[in-house]
Ligand binder design. Structure first.
Ligand code: CA
Length: 267
């Protein structure tokens, strides 16, 4: 090889390296460690349709609309409540304190009753929906985070990547699924919303929401809602936590100590 040929081959090699620079491709690529042939899950941003006030003292842990009422469960010791809100104005209609100074977590409606989890108090509370009075408590371990009703079962998160299936009658465990994004476990699953055959979940401690197929645990859509903070959410507010389905692809989203609830379109 002549000197000229040698330099030419080096230049060609450098050109080849330059054409495979990471990030140069527009096509989504799988996360490192993802199974061969898998594509990265799409990431979208919420489209804001409207805003309404949200109590900036509410440490939101549960958020769900049923029959024209927005139910909110709040947390922290001493400020944990079950609340009824107007889903159109955000106005708080009624509040009741959690019994036992429990740290309240996710809520979901089951007929004429409401289940509300506790964080580490070892119980879930069943409420009478019409009067918002506690009916009974049942054991709950290890931790309660998010809760939603999926047909004839409840789905609960506990801060890990596990979703646990439970009986709506007495919270008896009936199964569960491990959640993965791009083939890897995604932990911190928090407030939940069951819609059709999917489960939407806040991901603690982020402003992201994932959409999960509960049959497989696979995340098939990610919502990056961090842009909502630019709409008047103060730095003292904590993470996004609270997903309530309105209809179609419309949802209400809020966060812990957020002064605003956003009506958004996802998808
Ligand atoms: Ca919810």
């Amino acid at each position: 090889m002549t000197r000229r040929q040698k330099w030419a081959s080096i230049a060609l090699a450098m050109l080849a390296v330059a054409t495979v620079v990471p990030g140069a491709h527009a096509e989504p690529r799988p996360e490192p460690g993802a199974p061969p042939g898998s594509a990265a899950v799409p990431v979208i941003e919420p489209v804001v349709l409207g805003e309404m006030p949200h109590d900036p003292m509410a440490f939101t842990e549960g958020f769900e609309i049923d029959d024209g009422v927005l139910y909110e469960g709040t947390g922290e010791v001493g400020t944990s409540q079950l609340r009824e809100l107007d889903p159109n104005t955000g106005a708080v209609r009624k509040t009741v304190d959690m019994p036992g100074r429990y740290f309240g977590e996710g809520v979901t409606v089951v007929g004429d009753r409401i289940w509300q989890l506790t964080y580490t108090d070892g119980v879930a509370v069943e409420w009478d929906r019409a009067t918002l009075t506690p009916i009974r408590e049942v054991p709950l371990r290890p931790q309660g985070w998010g809760l939603c009703r999926d047909g004839d079962r409840l789905i609960r998160s506990d801060g890990t990547n596990r979703l646990t299936f439970q009986s709506p009658d007495d919270l008896t465990e009936t199964g569960g699924v491990d959640v993965t994004r791009d083939g890897r476990p995604i932990t911190g699953l928090n407030e939940l919303e069951c819609v059709g055959d999917r489960v939407w979940a806040n991901v603690w401690p982020t402003d992201q929401i994932v959409r999960i197929d509960p049959a497989t645990g696979v995340v098939d859509l990610v919502v990056d809602a961090s842009g909502l903070r630019a709409r008047g959410i103060p730095p003292t507010a904590q993470v996004l936590n609270g997903i309530a389905h309105v209809a179609g692809d419309e949802f209400l989203l809020t966060g812990k100590y957020w002064p605003t609830t956003f009506r958004v379109r996802l998808g």
